[in-house]
Design a protein around this ligand. Structure first.
Ligand SMILES: [Zn+2]
Length: 248
């Protein structure tokens, strides 16, 4: 499958693997037009898979194409501090893709209970989130001290921009959940300092694993860390979606 992830123009075979994953997880339709791949959103707008521009990280954050969303691999495993500047897999989001899939209609939101706390989330993540909750319920039963790392939750759906930016937060789509902010670390609170992965201000490995196993990425894996933040991004956790390293 990596064969299909070749960069784009001039290859008229199957769609690139990441684009197939966006079809699977975001409901877009891959289309090939004049040797370039696009994702069609419903009947209307289409987004280029690769806009052909070479970008700095700041430019990729501000004006990403779909391929840019996959340019940094998301790595599971032991929680460690990230020292590589801008190693923020998942922070690049094509806003119109998320708008298409998750919309801005409050009717798509559902009120659910998560470990006893009521939150609002998008209907599309109710299933995966319930599976995370079940994993955490078992975990907390065995390790009651972990409960206070998670609860009270910081929240889920809320319409807002990312702090200090003009970009829409994943919370605005109802696909992100913050665990207890008082037991968390955020890079804006700790300028110029590294995340301290083993401190009591970062969640236990088993908590991170529970979310990742169900398609949620963790903000503690970012150079710009946000350890309370979990976000439904199955395309970054499904190995079949990644672009082979040599093509980055
Ligand atoms: Zn958050």
């Amino acid at each position: 499958m990596g064969l299909f992830a070749a960069s784009d123009a001039g290859f008229a075979g199957a769609p690139p693997a990441p684009l197939l994953c966006l079809q699977r997880y975001y409901g877009v339709q891959p289309v090939l037009e004049t040797d370039h791949w696009f994702a069609r959103l419903g009947q209307g707008q289409r987004l280029p898979y690769d806009d052909g521009r070479k970008k700095t990280f700041a430019q990729a954050l501000a004006e990403p194409d779909l391929q840019d969303m996959f340019s940094l691999p998301y790595r599971r495993g032991p929680t460690t501090a990230i020292h590589s500047e801008n190693d923020d897999p998942g922070r690049v989001r094509v806003d119109s893709l998320f708008k298409f899939t998750y919309g801005s209609n409050r009717a798509a939101l559902r009120r659910v209970e998560f470990l006893g706390q009521k939150i609002l989330v998008h209907s599309r993540i109710v299933g995966p989130l319930a599976r995370v909750e079940e994993r955490l319920r078992v975990l907390v039963a065995a390790h009651p001290e972990l409960r206070q790392t998670i609860l009270p939750l910081g929240g889920a759906f809320t319409r807002r921009k990312i702090a200090g930016t003009d970009r829409t937060s994943a919370h605005s789509y109802g696909i992100a959940l913050d665990i207890n902010p008082k037991r968390s670390d955020y890079w804006r609170w700790r300028h110029g300092q590294d995340l301290r992965p083993q401190s009591d201000r970062t969640p236990a490995q088993a908590i991170v694993d529970a979310f990742e196993q169900e398609g949620f990425i963790w903000g503690g894996r970012w150079y710009h860390f946000d350890t309370m933040h979990f976000e439904y991004r199955p395309e970054l956790l499904d190995p079949s979606c990644s672009v082979p390293a040599e093509l980055h």
